[in-house]
Design a protein around this ligand. Structure first.
Ligand code: S3P
Length: 431
């Protein structure tokens, strides 16, 4: 396990940076191009532990995937119905997205697949995908309590109408992917809108999919084949940009431009929350990157005030609560996060882990069953903290370290490679 040492920023953060490709879109691009007929070139694919797991699983299912440079893949699609039974367990590493989305694909296959992962992934709940996929006709075994590994004997599926108990793009995507193989239409209802990258990409591949965004309803009709999108360029990950957005807000006199960031509205709840807190963030150069909106994000340091986050905003910033909590420690007043019990079952128990680690740095933060209460502004002090094997917690603690007095040491830094392998180098460009 590696440690990361970070000391307070003594100068403003200034410059122009790019952050790595979107993790969610990278997984989907690999999966859908493997299921399509024809070749797809994927540029700016995220090279990370989690996306590598997806590529390796797809290869084990018979897709031919060439990596022509660090961030370019050429996928020779197998077609929806020509995957083959993997000779071994499909190892999803620590990636919930890999396991849940591939569970949907494997549910449609007339063969046996076993999906497993790291000890951390083995603690993540899978009943949420197993239940709807069983209702569609797949035979699925899990460990007691709905935990991985997942053993899936797929085959003839029937369409279902399913209401997700909590908004989840991973579960929605698993059901929609299985729905491609069903004999009748499949409809998914969500309590609030979650990220819609799967739906956008399925459309681009010619799937018969109807979205009723206002009603949080998506219907997919069975189809015999998907067409290759030919080429996909993946925008930078808003969730990775978020660390630098908050760093620039908190370090006095900073000004940063982050180029070509994915700004899909189902992902940018953090911008709305920060705007209420008094942040000055500009969005420029709006463009389309393979069906996804992308823009440059320009941030200047600002004094922040507390806000409240809950309801539909939660899924729109579900991965940003660790870095949001760091921002809240520096905001005037009491910031309250509610309706976010999902944070207990992310890469770590983010409610418990954030409370434990930010307290070591002097933050006034309290756990609630479905969220957090954070009082500020609190001067943070450098401390020895732990990443809890959670990349987003690790990088959030690094940003806290930039505004803390003295040195912060983060244990278990290696997990940053799950989404942002060059975080240190990117930070080095602007310090
Ligand atoms: C993801 C969806 C979210 C998010 C995760 C990636 C995806 O999870 O937290 O990091 O790629 O679909 P849920 O679907 O469980 O909310």
């Amino acid at each position: 396990m590696t440690e990361f040492h970070i000391s307070s920023a003594t100068q403003p953060l200034r410059g122009v940076i790019r952050v790595p490709a979107d993790k969610s879109i990278s997984h989907r691009a690999a999966i859908l191009s493997a299921l399509a007929n024809g070749d797809t070139r994927i540029d700016n694919f995220l090279p990370s532990e989690t996306t590598r797991a997806t590529v390796n699983c797809l290869r084990a299912l018979g897709a031919e995937i060439e990596q022509t440079n660090a961030t370019t893949l050429v996928v020779h699609g197998r077609g929806l119905r020509a995957l083959r039974e993997p000779g071994d367990v499909l190892f999803c590493a620590g990636s919930g997205t890999t396991m849940r989305l591939l569970a949907g694909v494997c549910a449609g296959q007339d063969f046996l697949s076993i999906l497993d992962g790291t000890p951390a992934l083995r603690r993540r709940p899978m009943a949420r995908v197993a239940e709807p996929l069983r209702a569609m006709g797949a035979a699925i075994l899990t460990r007691n309590g709905g935990l991985p590994p997942l053993t899936i004997r797929g085959g003839a599926l029937r369409g279902i109408e399913y209401t997700l108990p909590v908004a989840s793009a991973q579960v929605k995507s698993a059901i929609l992917l299985a729905g491609l193989y069903a004999d009748t239409p499949t409809t998914v209802h969500e309590p609030s809108p979650s990220r819609d990258h799967t739906e956008r990409m399925l459309k681009a591949c010619g799937a018969d999919i109807e979205l009723q965004i206002a009603n949080c309803k998506t219907q997919i009709n069975p189809i015999s084949k998907l067409k290759s999108p030919i080429s996909i360029t993946i925008p930078s990950d808003f969730s990775s940009a978020a660390f630098f957005i908050v760093a620039a807000l908190l370090v006095a006199r900073s000004e940063l431009r982050i180029e070509s960031v994915g700004v899909n509205l189902t992902r940018t709840g953090l911008l709305d929350a920060l705007a209420r807190m008094g942040a000055r963030i500009k969005i420029e150069n709006a463009r389309d990157e393979s069906g996804e909106p992308a823009s440059d994000v320009i941030v200047q340091a600002a004094e922040l005030r507390a806000t409240q986050v809950g309801g539909d905003e939660v899924p729109r910033m579900i991965d940003e609560f660790p870095i949001f909590a760091v921002a809240a420690t520096q905001a005037r007043g009491e910031t309250v996060v509610r309706d976010a019990a999902e944070l207990h079952v992310k890469e770590s128990d983010r409610i418990g882990a954030l409370t434990q680690e930010l307290r070591k740095m002097g933050a006034q933060i309290e756990e609630r069953g479905d969220g957090l209460v954070i009082a500020g502004p609190t001067p943070l002090r450098g401390a020895h903290v732990d990443a809890h094997n959670d990349h987003r917690l690790a990088m959030s603690l690094a940003v806290a370290g930039l505004v803390a007095r003295g040195e912060t040491v983060i244990d278990g830094w290696d997990c940053v490679a799950d989404s942002f392998p060059n975080f240190e180098a990117t930070l080095g460009q602007i310090r």
